[in-house]
Design a protein around this ligand. Sequence first.
Ligand SMILES: Cc1cc2nc3c(=O)[nH]c(=O)nc-3n(C[C@H](O)[C@H](O)[C@H](O)COP(=O)(O)O)c2cc1C
Length: 192
Amino acid sequence: MTSSRTEHDHPILPQILARRSVRRFADRPVEREKLLACVDAARLAPSAENSQPSRFILIDDPAVKKAFGEKAFSGVYRATRWTLDAPALVVLAAKPDFIANRLGRLIQGTPFWLVDIGIAGEHFVLQAQSMGLGTCWIGWFSSRKAGRFLRLPPGVRAAMVLAVGYPAKGWTPGPLRRLDNEAFFSWNAWKK
Ligand SMILES: Cc1cc2nc3c(=O)[nH]c(=O)nc-3n(C[C@H](O)[C@H](O)[C@H](O)COP(=O)(O)O)c2cc1C
């Protein structure tokens, strides 16, 4: 059997190209099986020292979501209250571990747990995209109030939120505004 597919023609690229932040959602719940498929994709993400610091808290109960939003999207974070129109919110929490994060960071300087949570979150996002769901990363929320609402134990931080749902009818993806390759990378040395 012949195939026109080359080793560089991976099916993930169309998903990456099609993904945009979705900020208008259909009034339709997201099936839990789909959320669980996204969670599974996130769970399989790599992490520094395989420390797996990320924990995902899925909020799909409308009453819990509303109560969470009243805390997390209050005060200076009010601008993010629109996320409550999303049928599901996912709180990305993490407990930075001792070896990869306290010790590693002391010597190396990079907060690996934030990298870990970013990778896991984007696995979730791309799996969601591939199933027709829309997502938006949300950094503008009160991590302190979110943590208190969710009763996160000491040392665990609510780092990010993902809004998840089916895009609203009529929603169309905006332009993909990105650096071109020329600006984005260079071979073998920093390009001045
Ligand atoms: C770490 C991070 C934090 C973000 N926080 C917010 C936010 O608080 N509110 C919001 O509307 N969008 C937020 N976004 C979405 C970005 O604005 C969006 O990804 C960017 O403008 C590129 O657009 P696109 O996702 O449609 O390609 C965030 C994205 C990332 C990666």
